[in-house]
Design a protein around this ligand. Structure first.
Ligand code: ATP
Ligand code: MG
Length: 443
């Protein structure tokens, strides 16, 4: 009887792995066999186990080896002709299979934190210890892949219980201090799954947030957490949560979630949806849009300091710093006056990135003024169409016409482009006639 029960249990756990696409499942079986050959225990671990149990898609196959993970990764790479990158410091390796599939293989390890908020030192350890160093119980489960144990769930810390109870729970009281990125991770999972922070966990999180541990996080790590949070399907509630827990101060101490900011941030999903639907070729850096919306009412000095704190890339920094005044100026002109010429619209918007244009739209969406909103949408649509227009003549033609190169080139070609955009001229011949009439240039 007991044996039958155990068998039934095992079958159920196998069913969980069957939720993977067939070819992934076969690959995992093969890797399990390979692990037996190599004499090591192999596990699927972390987020993918959680998502399998939640029946959510997750294509990140994180594996961990009790034994030498890097040696096992070499074995897999040889067998499958996969590319291999090794990170000795963390005893992990990343495989890239010929079909493009990426897979991380780690060595089960324990971590010790010499100081809060800095990266830990690691030592090989058992799978149980490896699971204990993880952030939350729901992320601290493993599934064994060795043939005899295929699909066995390792859940020493109540991960399945917490999944059922829809709860985020840390494994020990020092967790948020050890690694303050977990504060942001907690919010990320809470909002993504609609889970709740368990009571003690919430208290520990609030305590850790009240200290300045987060300040000690390096810029790239803080940036990573913030942008991951803002890359979630619906970051608006996560941002409100950051504000509620007074975490925005770690981006900049004067960053405030005022009513106006809240209105803009809340309008971003609508603005993004309209943009994506209307301009399907435009690729938007969504997390940056949220960051711009969040800092859209801050002074340039605050925004600049926030950019430095987050060590944003040059491209992102350019975007975020352009989000403020220029957007407001353009918005004002475009919604106050119905008779701006297409070339004027072009001039107002040409310096703005698409991300800034989405923020501009979000600002108007948030104002709930239907007529102005539809006017703005018309302007945006016209602008995106017009911005591909080019003049037929170039600087070289001006040179041929005997004009000395200099700043006036910009002015003249600008006027030419304006006339094109406004539809006053439509051909190269028109352009030449325009230059002759306006600037006396012939050639
Ligand atoms: P996502 O679905 O967002 O990728 P995930 O749970 O897979 O979520 P990852 O950042 O991909 O998160 O990390 C994989 C696993 O590594 C986690 O499930 C968790 O077990 C562990 N982990 C990641 N970051 C931390 C951390 N800061 N502290 C402790 N454990 C962590
Ligand atoms: Mg993951």
């Amino acid at each position: 009887m007991l044996q039958w029960r155990a068998m039934k249990h095992r079958m159920n756990q196998n069913d969980v792995l069957r939720r993977l696409p067939q070819e992934r499942l076969s690959l995992l079986r093969e890797l399990g066999n390979l692990a037996d050959e190599g004499g090591v225990s192999l596990y699927l671990v972390g987020g993918v186990v959680r998502d399998l149990l939640l029946k959510r898609e997750n294509w990140d196959l994180d594996l961990t080896v009790e034994g030498d993970g890097i040696a096992f990764a070499h074995l897999v790479a040889d067998r499958y002709g996969a590319g291999l990158a090794v990170f000795e410091r963390f005893t992990t390796a990343r495989l890239t299979f010929p079909d493009g599939l990426k897979m991380d293989i780690a060595t089960t390890r324990r971590e010790s934190y010499a100081q809060p908020a800095v990266l830990p030192t690691v030592q090989p350890a058992s799978i149980e210890e490896d699971l204990y160093r993880r952030d939350f119980t729901i992320n601290a489960m493993a599934m064994q892949l060795n043939p005899g144990q295929f699909g066995r769930v390792l859940d020493a810390y109540g991960g399945q219980r917490d999944l059922r109870a829809r709860t985020i729970r840390v494994l020990h009281a020092g967790s948020f201090q050890d690694d303050p990125t977990r504060i942001f991770r907690a919010i990320r999972f809470e909002q993504r799954f609609g889970f709740r922070l368990e009571r003690t966990t919430f208290r520990l999180l609030a305590q850790a947030a009240a200290t300045n541990f987060i300040q000690q996080l390096s810029g790239p790590r803080l940036q990573n957490e913030i942008l991951l949070l803002f890359a979630e399907h619906d970051p608006v509630r996560a941002i409100a949560r950051l504000a509620q827990l007074q975490l925005l101060r770690f981006l900049h101490r004067r960053l405030c979630y005022t009513k106006t900011v809240k209105r803009v941030v809340t309008a971003v999903p609508k603005a993004l949806a309209w943009w994506a639907h209307r301009f399907q070729d435009s690729v938007i850096d969504r997390p940056i849009v949220y960051l711009m919306a969040l800092s859209s009412e801050s002074s340039p000095a605050v925004v600049a300091a926030m950019i430095r704190r987050l060590v944003l890339s040059r491209e992102q920094a350019k975007n975020v710093s352009a989000g403020g005044r220029r957007v407001d100026r353009a918005l004002k002109k475009l919604t106050n006056n119905a008779t701006v010429r297409p070339s004027q619209v072009y001039r107002l918007l040409a310096d703005l990135s698409d991300e800034a244009l989405v923020v501009l739209l979000a600002k108007q969406v948030g104002m709930k003024h239907r007529v102005r909103l539809s006017l703005l949408k018309q302007h945006l649509a016209a602008y995106v169409k017009n911005r591909t227009i080019k003049t037929a003549l170039t600087g070289r033609d001006l040179e041929t016409m005997g004009l000395k190169p200099g700043p006036q080139y910009r002015t003249i070609l600008g006027k030419l482009l304006d006339a094109r955009i406004d539809g006053m001229i439509t051909s190269e011949a028109d352009e030449r006639a325009f230059l002759q009439k306006r600037f006396g240039l012939v050639g």
